[in-house]
Design a protein around this ligand. Structure first.
Ligand code: ARG
Length: 460
């Protein structure tokens, strides 16, 4: 059996199955670059405060950078006996440097170390996800710009409600993604706090300079309380919450795309580059991308729930339960990035909006009924009265297999003398949509304003 970092205090070796059970190296190797960077900053701080010599700090830095190179070249592959990434690095450092390597852990614990690593990791990944969100938004914006006057049925209760500009529908998702982008910016604020130097739980006897190491690592501030610093995972929960909301939005869009691609809707066609076939039904073309995004949403929600439950019963300060935070966070990051990328590709080159079908869909229903009521209301009929009149017209038209546009002017005037021949124009799909010109509405002028506003927001 190999010697572990702490084995001098123990009589016998760890049971091999327990060693495997206990180890996190299988997944926390993902943190290695951040662990190395954190250690370099710690070594520099130790030298600045005179706890170790400048020369020792330089040796430590060189050793740590050597490990970075080894890792990048695929030559650093610690096994289960290393326990975790922190021990793996320290052990290798001591192999490289001898006794100087053993000085690195002065005034530090794995508890503040792992907290530092995970925060550095999340800071970088949050910025990446924000970039993915920006690309997703700009593809949606582009589609919106090209489809201001393309009409699409709008639904409530999944029943035809009022027609919309397709651009307006797409811009709703641009807004959701904007909130996601801003929310991640908020999470970043509370991720950007350094726990380094909190020690195991109580701080340290060495005259360390926590502000200095925090500054080297690009942290905005440091934890005020060492117990809180090593045991806080609020920022990770907030991240998983923000990630979950991104997935909510992607999943709703996915659901719509799956419906739209069905023969019943037929609003979009899938291009071969983003669809798959069936093993038995030769005619099939399946929307796997949005289905997978919708399906993967569950795992991100699961990671949020898992971390909330991990945290709720933990006494202060560090407990090994906290080792369970990582796999969920890593998987959530990977899932969100993968889904954003796939949806961005799908939107930019994987679908075609079936314009003819969309434009005719909005002309074949009663989604202009509100506009007939509005027409009468504009001519002085109280809205509720107008609404009731139109309700009757819809009932009789349905019974006769007619649409509102099929009524003759005589029929309209029998319903109410206020109707004139301009009713036909007033209830045509284009007019109906463009007339909803209230702020934030689907009217073409409003949609153009929304697109212009979003464009300037995206530049930030
Ligand atoms: N692998 C551990 C984790 O992920 C590192 C911290 C271990 N600290 C301890 N006191 N055992 O949480």
């Amino acid at each position: 059996t190999k010697k572990t970092t702490w084995s001098d205090r123990f009589e016998s070796a760890l049971h091999p199955a327990i060693a495997i059970f206990n180890a996190s190296i299988g997944f926390d190797i993902e943190l290695i670059e951040y662990d190395l960077t954190g250690s370099v900053a710690h070594a520099k701080m130790l030298a600045k405060t005179g706890i170790i010599s400048e020369e020792e700090a330089q040796q430590l830095e060189q050793g740590l950078e050597k490990i970075r190179q080894e890792y990048r070249q695929g030559e650093f592959n610690p096994g289960v006996d290393a326990e975790d990434v922190h021990f793996a690095v320290e052990r290798r450092l001591t192999e490289i440097l001898g006794d100087v390597g053993k000085k690195l852990h002065t005034g530090r614990s794995r508890n503040d170390q792992v907290g530092t690593d995970i925060r550095l990791y999340l800071k970088a990944e949050i910025n990446e996800i924000r970039t993915y969100l920006r690309e997703f938004q700009s593809v949606l914006l582009n589609l919106a710009e090209n489809n201001i006057e393309t009409l699409i049925p709008g639904y409530t209760h999944l029943q035809r409600a009022q027609p919309l500009s397709l651009a307006h529908h797409l811009m709703a998702y641009v807004q959701m993604a904007q909130r996601d982008w801003e929310r991640l910016g908020d999470v970043l604020k509370r991720t950007n706090i350094s726990p380094l130097g909190c020690g195991a739980l109580a701080g340290t006897t060495f005259p360390i300079d926590r502000h200095y190491s925090a500054e080297l690592l690009g942290f905005e501030s440091i934890y005020e309380n060492s117990l809180d610093g090593v045991s806080d995972r609020d920022f990770a929960i907030e991240f998983l919450c923000a990630a979950s909301l991104i997935m909510v939005h992607l999943s709703r869009l996915s659901e719509e795309m799956i419906l739209w691609a069905s023969e019943e809707f037929n609003f979009i066609s899938l291009k071969d580059s983003c669809a798959t076939g069936s093993s038995i039904m030769p005619q099939k073309k399946n929307p796997d991308v949005p289905e997978l995004v919708r399906g993967k949403t569950g795992r991100v929600f699961g990671h949020l729930q898992a971390l909330l439950v991990i945290m709720k019963g933990l006494p202060l300060a560090y407990n090994k339960d906290l080792q369970e935070d990582k796999e969920g966070i890593f998987d959530a990051v990977k899932t969100v990035k993968g889904c954003l990328e796939a949806m961005t590709i799908l939107l930019s080159e994987g679908i075609i909006f079936n314009q003819t079908r969309l434009n005719s869909a909005v002309a074949e229903d009663f989604s202009n009924a509100t506009d007939v009521a509005d027409y009468l209301a504009t001519k002085g009929v109280p809205f509720r009265e107008a609404y009731n009149l139109v309700g009757k017209v819809v009932k009789t038209s349905l019974a006769q297999g007619k649409l509102l546009k099929d009524l003759t002017i005589e029929e309209w005037q029998q319903i109410h003398p206020a109707f004139a021949t301009d009713i036909y124009e007033a209830i045509s799909p284009k007019t109906v949509v463009s007339a909803r010109n209230s702020y934030g509405g689907t009217g073409f002028e409003q949609v153009k304003i929304a697109i212009a506003n979003a464009k300037s927001e995206l530049k930030q």
